[in-house]
Write a protein that binds this ligand. Structure first.
Ligand code: AMP
Ligand code: MG
Length: 418
């Protein structure tokens, strides 16, 4: 008796959920070793390679948070008014170095170092000035309008930990500690190319039956935004020898290779063969839509991702699977999938049971300040316009069949990861 595998058997052997695929891939990889020391400004968008321990207090000294008069809080009247003698002036960058005795005060400006012995600033609007004396009432509070030394960053405190993505606040924090140079993770080298006999590079005239290669431009954009070093290897025809040569060159020069096209079921088998002669490659069906087929593996030490060819599928498989892995390889401590919010759906949505769908939506807020998401319209995996018009994914679970207006749905705003 001969047992032929049923369709479901074939489906099950290499079908994975997005979460399972991510876990399998991460388990087979190690984050990049290696760092470089670069100027603080050049570190914007890079991943910190060391823990930063504060070498000083910020602010370094107790200073005034307001323009006014610095006094000894213990001298304040309990009721009525009291008169003080003004013995000097303290400006930002020009401290008052004399001593302040009982019943004495110093004219002080915001940011100026608090003179020795003073611990309170009375704002100038609360002070009646007459020549060299001032009068102050009883409504002032001990310790007011003073910034304590180390209240932002304390000496010895862990300020940032390795793996942190350096954004504008981190540049400012590091500058406030005096760091002129910083150790960051080395850039990941990523090569990419498109496959397909039907592809025409921009600048050429498409022949009958050809279309412009747009995937290389979305890939270029997505990779560049991540801060990796990109190598665009062009458009490669569906020919085993051309493919083999490009892959071998890519593997010799890059740590990651990303291709689009040629991984669908029933597609020219030589692509599979070519890949498998070069390395260890798995062909998976991911239970997602768009973007079911995915090839993943290694060519020597180089990580390989073969994405599907459809333009929306390229973007969705990249953001859901490839980007978290690249962030992991880059040494980022934040390499989880983008966060998910629950909002009310303003459109009727249909889907088939079985796969997790990443529909494109437009998230807006109502006049009452509530979030609502609408569909961008047709969801074909070739409708790239949906990614541009949309501002979020609407994520519909495997078992979901339809969504009615007013139902809650899960969304992932593009701004979180794009
Ligand atoms: P494939 O996965 O190779 O079967 O490609 C699926 C479909 O995606 C093709 O029929 C093309 O219409 C489209 N496609 C493939 N590669 C590209 C590309 N680089 N740019 C734009 N569309 C593409
Ligand atoms: Mg193709």
């Amino acid at each position: 008796m001969i047992f032929l595998p049923s369709c479901t058997d074939i489906e099950l052997t290499n079908t994975l959920t997005v979460v399972q695929a991510l876990a399998q891939i991460k388990a087979s990889l190690q984050p990049l070793a290696g760092f470089e020391k670069i100027a603080l400004r050049s570190s914007l968008g890079r991943i910190l390679a060391e823990d930063i321990i504060s070498p000083s207090n910020v602010p370094a000294y107790r200073n005034a948070a307001m323009d006014g008069y610095a006094l000894r809080g213990s001298d304040l009247p309990h009721d009525g008014f009291q008169t003080w003698q003004v013995v000097g002036t303290a400006l930002a960058g020009q401290p008052f170095l004399g001593t302040v005795g009982e019943g004495q005060g110093v004219r002080i400006m915001t940011g100026a170092m608090m003179p020795a012995g003073t611990d309170i600033v009375v704002m100038q609007e609360h002070v009646a000035v007459a020549g060299e004396t001032i009068r102050i009432g009883s409504h002032e509070k001990p310790g007011q309008h003073v910034r304590e030394a180390g209240e932002d960053l304390a000496l010895g405190q862990v300020v940032l930990t390795a793996g942190k993505l350096l954004l504008p606040p981190e540049l400012g924090l590091l500058a406030s500690l005096g760091f002129a140079e910083i150790r960051v993770k080395r850039r990941l080298r990523v090569a990419f190319f498109s496959t397909g006999d039907e592809l025409c590079a921009i600048g050429n005239v498409p022949q009958l039956g050809q279309l412009y290669d747009s995937n290389r431009y979305t890939l270029y954009g997505m990779l560049t935004r991540l801060g990796v070093e990109v190598m665009d290897l062009g458009t490669v025809p569906d020919q085993p020898e051309a493919l083999r040569q490009t892959l071998a060159a890519a593997a010799a020069n890059a740590e990651v290779i990303i291709t689009s096209g040629g991984v669908s079921v029933g597609e020219a088998d030589f692509i599979k063969e070519t890949l498998q002669t070069l390395g260890k490659i798995h062909f998976w069906k991911i239970a997602m839509r768009p973007g079911r087929p995915l090839a993943y593996g290694k060519i020597n030490e180089t990580v390989f991702f073969g994405l599907p060819g459809n333009p929306v599928a390229v973007m969705i498989t990249f953001y859901q699977l490839v980007q978290p892995i690249l962030l992991f390889l880059m040494g980022s401590s934040n390499h989880e999938l983008a966060k998910i919010w629950k909002v009310v759906c303003g459109s009727r949505l249909k889907k088939r049971v079985g796969r997790r769908e990443f529909q494109r939506g437009i998230l807006t807020s109502t006049p009452a300040g509530e979030w609502v998401v609408h569909s961008t319209g047709p969801q074909g995996s070739g409708i790239l316009r949906s990614m541009s018009e949309g501002n979020c994914f609407i994520i519909l679970a495997e078992e979901c069949e339809r969504v009615e207006i007013g139902d809650w749905v899960e969304v992932q705003p593009f701004a979180e990861f794009m």
